[in-house]
Design a protein around this ligand. Structure first.
Ligand SMILES: [Zn+2]
Length: 435
């Protein structure tokens, strides 16, 4: 079941809707936001020059820094009397980013979030415990408003207070929950120490999780412990908040609400648009936002895009779970590598721990990638032949999965230096090696 007919348009219908909305957005930003007029004029582009969806690649990018530079309301395209909601980032690393919504924007937001809840099978009969943070952060209220729109009974429990959350979960008989994957695991742990029987005491059937990356293994673990379906929710406040994309019951990929948010994947180094299936940075253009329309926003999130049909019947393109951040990407002899991909390979190998250190070096003109990996306490470190074969199998798996040659060194448990309890993951020595 889908919430909106726009989730299953045929390719032509979708493209013409996207193009119509793109044109309206471009006229809007060109006429109402001096920042965009200046940027377009510098490149010699007028909204009328954009004649197809593909032409979007001619437009300039918007970066997080642009929102900061125009703090607080410099990128708004409406007067303040039309703004009905303001959210903001915490601004721990510089000026906060501020986002605003008109009544129309709030309607778009609650609609895309209602699509997410429908994907997870929720109806007005459900009870939702919203264990996502309320406040300036878009998470809590993003879920809340959509739940009210769908007449779902929403419990605004917000984050923290784990014992109370568990008590509410049991007594108020919530059938669905929202939150971060780490909070779901933490709650399960506390439930056990407090003597709850997860199967008998709780009534959950589905969880909506987001705001932090979760590996496939972690998602499966949460599903299993709680006996629930795991719906992954992706979003960012600069675009709208949660509800940009989410996973359906048929696939771990996330349908992106591309009738409102036009996605592109670019090479984070060159800015060039990449074909479907290739990994790169997700760039999003809002197609229906009024207060804060954004052109080609660089999310910094690494993923890929697919338009292959999904069994659920939605025709919306899908992105894979975020693989990493563009800032963490290493380019090894022309191949893009993310620490999270390496960690994924390592997590499926016995005998080693996930305490590792990736070291990139130059050897002549070529890049060389080395990984120090701490052995598991139980492994027989005296057996050199066994260690040699473990090392070879890791190198083989890296080559098969990441298409790069990796030099693996197995080291004693707890031998990699920790910083604040965690091993430093990546050391790039290439720049210092270059003379
Ligand atoms: Zn689907």
């Amino acid at each position: 079941m889908t919430y909106s007919k726009n989730e299953s348009l045929c390719a032509d219908e979708l493209a013409s809707l996207q193009f119509k909305r793109l044109k309206e957005t471009l006229i809007r930003v060109y006429n109402l936001v001096p920042f965009y007029k200046e940027k377009f004029d510098k490149l010699g582009i007028k909204p009328s020059d954009i004649e197809s969806l593909e032409d979007i690649s001619k437009l300039p990018f918007t970066k997080k820094q642009d929102l900061r530079d125009n703090y607080p309301y410099g990128l708004f395209a409406v007067d303040m009397d039309q703004i009905v909601r303001i959210h903001s980032s915490s601004g721990t690393t510089g000026k906060p980013t501020v986002v605003g919504y008109t009544e129309h924007d709030m309607d778009v937001w609650s609609e895309v979030m209602a699509r997410v809840f429908t994907m997870g099978g929720l109806t007005s009969k459900d009870i939702l415990q919203n264990s996502t943070g309320y406040g300036l952060f878009t998470g809590g209220l993003g879920f809340h408003t959509a739940a009210e729109r769908m007449k779902i009974a929403v419990i605004p429990s917000s984050t923290g207070f784990t014992s109370r959350q568990l008590l509410l979960l049991k007594d108020f008989k919530a059938t669905a929950i929202t939150g971060t994957p780490s909070f779901a695991l933490h709650m399960a742990e506390i439930a056990e120490t407090e003597g709850y029987d997860i199967e008998k005491d709780f009534h959950l059937k589905v969880g909506f999780f987001g705001a932090e990356p979760a590996s496939k293994g972690l998602k499966e673990e949460i599903s299993k412990i709680w006996g629930i379906d795991y719906v992954e929710v992706y979003g960012l406040s600069e675009i709208i908040g949660p509800g940009v994309a989410s996973s359906c019951k048929h696939s771990s990929l996330l349908h992106i609400n591309e009738d409102h948010f036009y996605p592109e994947i670019i090479d984070p180094k060159t800015g060039e648009v990449l074909p479907d299936g290739q990994r790169g940075e997700l760039v999003v253009t809002t197609l229906s936002k009024q207060a804060l329309p954004i052109i080609r926003y660089r999310t910094g999130d690494i993923t890929s895009l697919t338009r292959t049909p999904c069994k659920c019947g939605r025709t919306l393109a899908r992105i894979e779970s975020i693989v990493g951040r563009a800032d963490d990407m290493l380019v090894i002899n022309g191949v893009n590598v993310f620490p999270s991909q390496i960690e994924h390979v390592l997590s499926n190998i016995d005998g080693i721990t996930l305490n590792y250190q990736i070291i990139a070096k130059k050897k002549g003109y070529l890049d060389k990638l080395m990984i120090d990996i701490e052995l598991n306490e139980n492994i027989m470190s005296e057996n050199i032949r066994e260690l040699e074969s473990l090392k070879k199998s890791i190198q083989h798996k890296m080559l098969n999965n990441l298409y790069i040659n990796v030099d693996v060194k197995l080291v004693a448990p707890k031998s990699i230096i920790r910083s604040e309890g965690k091993a430093v993951r990546v050391i790039d020595k290439r720049r210092s090696d270059e003379v």
